[in-house]
Design a protein around this ligand. Structure first.
Ligand code: ADE
Length: 245
């Protein structure tokens, strides 16, 4: 997968080169390009923002600069050329979730347009959408100072789903959310730590009992922490033993 990020703070994306993502880049599972938006300014001040039409606080990112940046990074839409999916992180976007991550993990090319200030002139998004799929997405109901951290979050969630990125592919299959439930607790050695013992069933060797216990823990945790997820389960997702919980 190819991933490009356009930002006025390229260094903010340095964590991409660390740990799991860094390894994925080294192993050429993903290739990442980080671009400085100011490279597409033409004035001495390298200005990327201006005051908003209609008044109000804050500044808006200029369409000319973003337009040129997207033309250059995404291509101008010449017939037959590849086009990326353009992702615009914004608190006013549709919620990003695990399903979005799974969907994007099948894409060959993602471009993240990271805005700052009050946001990007909306015509940039409308114009891009005539040439490529565009999604405005939010990572949660809170406001960050820019899209960079949101882009990092989304890139990590997508990259770990790519083949050969996680050491053990079963980890992604058994994630919280993969079956619509939160994952239950997990334990490792020693058997007793500070007077707390690992639940007996996990040391029983009885795989059916362990699977049932894990399922029950996931159901209980989801019920207490995220009842909205239980409500959203599709018809038939819970069996009789689940419902007895
Ligand atoms: N930019 C600022 N806040 C954001 C959020 N919650 N999600 C995505 N991008 C953002």
């Amino acid at each position: 997968m190819r991933i490009d990020v356009i930002t006025i703070f390229p260094d903010y994306l340095n964590p991409l080169r660390e740990a799991l993502l860094g390894k994925a880049i080294e192993r050429e599972r993903i290739s990442v390009g980080v671009h400085d938006l100011r490279d597409w300014t033409h004035d001495v001040h390298r200005a990327v923002d201006d005051s908003p039409y209609g008044g109000g606080p804050g500044m808006v990112m200029k369409p000319q600069v973003w337009g040129e940046a997207l033309d250059s990074v995404c291509g101008t839409g010449a017939k037959g050329g590849p086009v990326p999916r353009l992702v615009v992180p914004t608190p006013a976007g549709r919620p990003f979730d695990q399903r979005t991550a799974v969907r994007w993990s099948a894409e060959p090319w993602l471009v993240f347009a990271c805005g700052r200030y009050e946001g990007i002139d909306q015509r940039v998004i409308e114009d891009a959408a005539t040439r490529m799929p565009v999604e405005e997405v939010s990572i949660g109901d809170y406001v960050l100072v820019g899209g960079e951290v949101a882009a990092l979050v989304m890139i990590e969630a997508v990259a770990r789903l790519l083949p050969g990125v996680l050491g053990n592919p079963l980890s992604a299959e058994q994630d919280s959310f993969s079956d619509g439930l939160l994952e239950g607790p997990c334990y490792t050695r020693p058997e007793v730590w500070r007077g707390r013992a690992v639940p007996d069933v996990l040391r029983s060797g009885n795989h059916a009992a362990i699977a049932r216990w894990r399922r029950d823990q996931a159901l209980a945790r989801t019920y207490h922490r995220r009842p909205d997820l239980l409500e959203a389960l599709p018809e038939g997702a819970l069996d009789a033993a689940d419902r007895a919980q």
